[in-house]
Design a protein around this ligand. Structure first.
Ligand code: NI
Length: 141
């Protein structure tokens, strides 16, 4: 962990009161940790907006009875311009499979790949979550 630096900020009283109420509801013990998390969120949003390297976790739920669907989804991962780090498959029930795919790459590439997979016929639910470690991630390509 990097060395901590102290800083002071000036806020309007009611803004600070609102902030204290918010962080109490969310279970923070102090303002510093809450502020650090807000700053990390802002930096992540900026990384995503500016197509920087991030990690993406794509969750898919699909009907494996749709012809060639599992094969199509596998092909997409093999041919992706982004790096698939890991994929986990769970047979949910008679019809449905859950797949969680973890990718590393530029945010735009990961989004495009995820949108293609989510738009494939037979994929019924899904969500992409983009994140990073807070440090600048090195792209693999
Ligand atoms: Ni399955």
């Amino acid at each position: 962990m990097a060395e901590l630096k102290r800083t002071g900020i000036s806020l309007e009283e009611d803004l600070l009161a609102g902030f204290d109420q918010l962080i109490a509801r969310r279970g923070y013990n102090n303002r510093s940790e809450a502020l650090r998390d807000l700053i990390r969120d802002a930096l992540l949003a900026d990384a995503v907006d500016s197509n920087k390297p991030v990690v993406g976790t794509l969750t898919l739920v699909y009907d494996h009875h749709v012809p060639n669907l599992a094969q199509k989804l596998t092909e997409m991962q093999h041919h992706a311009e982004t790096m698939v780090i890991a994929a986990t498959h769970v047979h949910l029930d008679h019809h449905y499979c859950l797949e969680v795919i973890i990718m590393k790459g530029r945010s735009k590439t990961i989004r495009e790949m995820s949108d293609r997979m989510l738009a494939t016929r037979g994929v019924e639910l899904g969500k992409l979550v983009l994140t990073n470690s807070g440090a600048e991630l090195k792209p693999n390509k």
